[in-house]
Ligand binder design. Structure first.
Ligand SMILES: [Zn+2]
Length: 135
């Protein structure tokens, strides 16, 4: 059994149990999943049910927890680094080689730049993409 938190087109949230995700897909696809509050068949799957995602004390964080951490990490990176755009690769390399004072920077790189920087041992990290907005 799997529990989904569903949302109808009138923004009602409700939980429903299904045998498995395929069962949900076929029932919802056929319009057989109705909102208990307004009867709308226009429902979409929301985030996983709280009894799955709320295990914050366990070693494995749920998807919302990971999303929250990524969002925080992204916000920190954005707040504490200077965007140097396409100069990133050169500046990161110069800092690594001591040709330039260290400063926290972010910028644009190509896949080739990333590969080259890694090969030279220049420590770089990807900035996580902007997460999808929750509604
Ligand atoms: Zn509804």
């Amino acid at each position: 059994m799997i529990r989904y938190t569903l949302k109808c087109d009138n923004k009602h949230n409700f939980d429903m149990w299904f045998a498995d995700s395929a069962t949900y897909d076929s029932l919802a696809g056929a319009g057989h999943v109705a909102c208990p509050e307004c009867g709308s068949n226009d429902v979409v799957k929301g985030v996983m049910a709280p009894n799955v995602a709320a295990k914050s004390d366990s070693a494995t964080p749920g998807p919302r927890e990971i999303m929250r951490k990524m969002t925080e990490y992204r916000a920190t990176v954005m707040a504490e680094t200077t965007d140097v755009g396409k100069a990133f690769s050169d500046q990161a390399r110069d800092m690594h080689e001591g040709l330039m004072d260290y400063a926290p920077i972010r910028g644009e790189v190509t896949a080739e730049d990333v590969k080259a920087l890694h090969e030279e041992g220049v420590p770089i990290l990807p900035v996580p993409p902007e997460p999808p907005k929750e509604n």
